[in-house]
Unconditional design. Structure first.
Lengths: 160, 690
């Protein structure tokens, strides 16, 4: 058994995602989001986080998935290279410890030219957790195929 | 540097770099002064003092190349030298200032210092002048030759001889042989350039000769009719060149003693001046404290937070007042808050003042740029500076330096006519460039005007059509002021000829881009034959602005108050449609409208609208909003462009109740939602119909 990876797991719609704990700044209750005109459509707007104005992103829209009824309870604030970004999440779990051996490489659903923003698919007590590369998610440009990732990861034989 | 700890040494170096920049500026300033008042011994002494200080400081930091060069410079910065060759001294100081700057840059970046050899050559030439004005050869010898000459000089007088070959001489190559023979027959020939083996015909022969023959005899013998036109003899002084590493640096005499091409040197200078511009620090003064900009910015940020906290407090007290019956406690809370607000306001002003620097800091660099440019293109200009003590935020002023230099070069290159043409037109041969700065409300206006030929609007239009920027049918009814605005389009140059200085069609659009970034404006006025004025308007500071708050579809927005001309209340039926553009009549003018609801569609239509009239590039536009909230001072925070990527929102601010208000960029709104830039022809056409 390798060194356990610490992941913050969160749920958006049907999917469970995970990002390394080192990138997560904090998780705050939902607050008023000010819409920003002319911004990319996956940008929900900006929020005032104790005097700092940070952009907030909807991951489902980011991955160009259809909207599903979501509870949108929390904003998970991540920090990357000094840029802060909030992600609207339905629920954020506590810190998960995943054995690196239980992480499958990302399923090969990305076509040439597409940005592969999935670093792997973790399995923990029967649940699939899609580990995403926040740096790529925060970049501009189109991102797709998250449901295909989930589908093909689910089709894999369960890890031992 | 062993005596100091590393920290101390680094500190010392940082200090040196700052003071050195000031000295360089002083050298530039004084050289230009000397150019205006040639031979003024006071200015020469000032120059010498500056160089002396630089030498000492550089030596203390262990920068030997710089201190040696400064030392060599000191010797020629004497009133006597300036008396003899005033232009030479000015030229030398300016070139030296650039060389010093290059050395400093190299030291700072820990790169290899550039060669300063050409400078030593110039210094040597100034030290050992050749009194024949028409024929001014230069002598420089290799180390071996010098050694030989010094040795010979201990026994016999040694002459440095320069022979100018007659232009009528049919066989210049043979002339070298002839001269060689004559010299060899007169004394011991120590050195001769060019060597006899060198191919090609020389124009000048230089030689070193040890001989006891009297000067007159020598001159007579050497003046071979129809072969040697000029003879020049200087006694070799073994002591004179000892400390200068001339010989190693330049072992060969240039084949012609022609002055260096004037065009190439100033052109190179100006780019270096630009470079220096970025490094320039604060003006020198005894009572000044040097503080890193970031430290001041931290304080300013905190003041910004305080202002937000103050608004929160205001709301809390107002809330409390609603729940509490009037009484001493309530009064005391309100009074304290009022007092606090006043202090906070003063604090904010005070901190902002720290960031303010006089425009002078940027202006003073321009005369040098002007001089170099004028020299390069052969025009004559005088730069007049006014309003230099107008204060402006340092970051804004820094950002303006490059656009100003560009405008200045343009003005000299394309605006100011050549001296002959000016004379013919009855203008003074020397053109005047006027720089001015003044406050206008919360903005600073910087003007640069020339008294040159003005901008040929017809040519601008033609050029725009040629480049596909403008369609001929658009051009037909394009008002003059709009045509002038075309010069800010990328790729448009109206210069009749392309020069190295300007006129490559890049630049004006860059100037415009900088102004947009600074939330400033630029406009141009020109009168054919009389000159052109560029007026740059920038906000005093970028951090805190007065803004007008309003609602669009229940969402809160703001625009900078500085761009608001007036606020109107109107009924929907007053809005007219002209050429598919909604307009509102405001007194004599039709103002095109932009419905801001377009950025937040929906909401019920109201019969009453509010119109915020803004000024963008000297055109009025009406922004239609739902409801006005009022005026407020906002601490502007930038949005994370990396993620958000919006053009029309220029920043955001946090209100007292914690809500976020987005600040719209007025120019961007007009650009994105308005109908392009030619709408003013529409305005005019409307005026006619009326």
């Amino acid at each position: 058994m390798g060194k356990l990876q610490q992941i913050v797991g969160f749920r958006v719609g049907q999917e469970n995602f995970g990002v390394p704990i080192s990138l997560v700044h904090e998780i705050v209750p939902m607050m008023e989001i000010t819409a920003v005109p002319d911004a990319p459509q996956y940008i929900e707007g900006v929020v005032n986080l104790r005097g700092k104005i940070i952009p907030v992103m909807d991951l489902r829209k980011r991955f160009a998935e259809a909207a599903v009824p979501a509870r949108r309870n929390r904003i998970m604030v991540a920090e990357l290279d000094g840029h802060m970004v909030g992600l609207v999440v339905d629920a954020a779990n506590e810190v998960l410890k995943i054995d690196p051996e239980a992480i499958e490489p990302p399923p090969n659903v990305f076509e040439k030219g597409e940005v592969n923003y999935v670093t792997g698919v973790g399995k923990l007590s029967g649940k699939l957790i899609i580990l995403i590369d926040l740096a790529r998610v925060m970049q501009r440009g189109e991102l797709r195929r998250i449901s295909e990732v989930a589908a093909s990861a689910g089709a894999l034989p369960p890890a031992v | 540097m062993g005596i100091f700890s590393d920290d101390r040494a680094n500190e010392l170096r940082a200090l040196f770099f700052e003071s050195a920049q000031e000295i360089l500026q002083a050298l530039n300033d004084d050289a230009l002064r000397l150019e205006k008042a040639p031979r003024d011994p006071e200015i020469v002494r000032d120059l010498r003092r500056s160089v002396h200080t630089l030498k000492g400081d550089a030596a203390a930091c262990g920068y030997t190349d710089l201190s040696t060069l400064a030392h060599a410079m000191e010797d020629v910065l004497a009133p006597a030298v300036a008396e003899r060759d005033p232009d030479g001294v000015v030229e030398l100081v300016l070139i030296a200032a650039d060389a010093f700057d290059n050395l400093l840059t190299a030291y700072r970046n820990h790169t290899d210092p550039p060669s300063t050899a050409p400078l030593y050559e110039k210094i040597a030439r100034l030290r050992n002048p050749v009194p024949v004005p028409a024929f001014t050869p230069e002598f420089s010898w290799s180390a071996a030759e010098l050694e030989e000459m010094r040795e010979a000089a201990s026994a016999k007088p040694v002459w440095q001889i320069a022979l100018g070959i007659d232009s009528v001489c049919a066989m210049p190559a043979a002339a070298l042989q002839l001269a060689h023979n004559v010299l060899a027959s007169t004394g011991a020939l120590l050195a001769i350039h060019p060597g006899a083996t060198k191919p090609g015909a020389p124009e000048t022969i230089v030689a070193a000769l040890a001989t006891e023959a009297p000067l007159e005899d020598l001159a007579r013998k050497l003046k071979i009719p129809a072969v040697i036109a000029n003879v020049h003899l200087t006694a070799f002084d073994p002591a004179a060149l000892v400390e200068l590493p001339v010989a190693e640096a330049a072992p060969q005499v240039p084949s012609t003693p022609a002055p260096e091409a004037p065009a190439s040197v100033p052109a190179a200078n100006s780019s270096q001046t630009e470079h220096r511009a970025r490094d320039e620090r604060m003006a020198p003064s005894e009572n000044m404290l040097r503080v890193e900009t970031e430290r001041v910015d931290t304080v300013l940020d905190l003041v910004g937070e305080l202002i937000i906290a103050k608004s929160m407090m205001h709301e809390a007290v107002a809330e409390m007042a609603r729940h509490l019956a009037p009484g001493p406690l309530r009064t005391r809370a309100t009074d304290t808050l009022t007092l606090q607000s006043q202090i906070l306001h003063k604090l904010q002003r005070a901190v902002m003042k720290i960031r303010m620097v006089p425009v002078e800091q940027m202006f003073r660099r321009l005369p040098r740029v002007a001089r170099d440019t004028a020299r390069a293109v052969g025009h004559e200009v005088n730069v007049v500076i006014e309003g230099g003590n107008t204060d402006l935020d340092k970051s804004i002023l820094d950002a303006l330096a490059e656009p100003m230099m560009h405008l200045l070069r343009n003005a000299i290159d394309h605006g100011i006519e050549p001296p002959e043409e000016r004379q013919r037109l009855g203008k003074p041969t020397e053109g005047t460039i006027r720089l001015d700065a003044y406050h206008q409300g919360n903005q600073v206006v910087i003007e640069i005007s020339d008294d040159g030929r003005g901008i040929d609007t017809a040519r601008v239009i033609q050029s725009a059509i040629d480049r596909g920027i403008l369609r001929p049918d658009q051009a037909a009814h394009l008002p003059d002021e709009d045509a002038l605005d075309l010069i800010f389009q990328a790729g448009l140059s109206t210069a009749a000829k392309i020069t190295a200085i300007s006129g490559r069609g890049v630049g004006m659009d860059v100037v415009k881009a900088v102004m947009d970034r600074l939330k400033g404006t630029i406009n141009v006025r020109t009168t054919p034959g009389q000159g052109t004025t560029f007026r740059l308007k920038v906000p005093l500071t970028l951090a805190i602005i007065k803004a007008l708050l309003f609602r669009i579809n229940e969402r809160l927005y703001a625009v900078p108050l500085a761009s608001v001309v007036e606020i109107l209340r109107a009924q929907e039926e007053e809005v007219h449609l002209v050429d598919n553009q909604e307009v509102l009549q405001v007194r004599e003018q039709f103002v095109p409208l932009i419905r801001l609801r377009r950025i937040h569609p929906g909401g019920e239509r109201r019969s009453k609208i509010f119109v915020i009239v803004v000024n963008v590039g000297d055109h009025l536009w009406g922004l239609v909003v739902d409801r006005l909230i009022g005026e407020q001072e906002l601490v502007i925070k930038a949005l994370d462009e990396h993620t958000i990527n919006t053009e029309i929102v220029s920043g955001a601010s946090i209100l007292g109740d914690g809500r976020v208000v987005l600040v719209l960029g007025v120019a961007e709104i007009v650009e994105k939602l308005g109908r392009g830039q030619f709408t003013s022809s529409l305005r005019k056409a409307e005026g006619v119909q009326k």
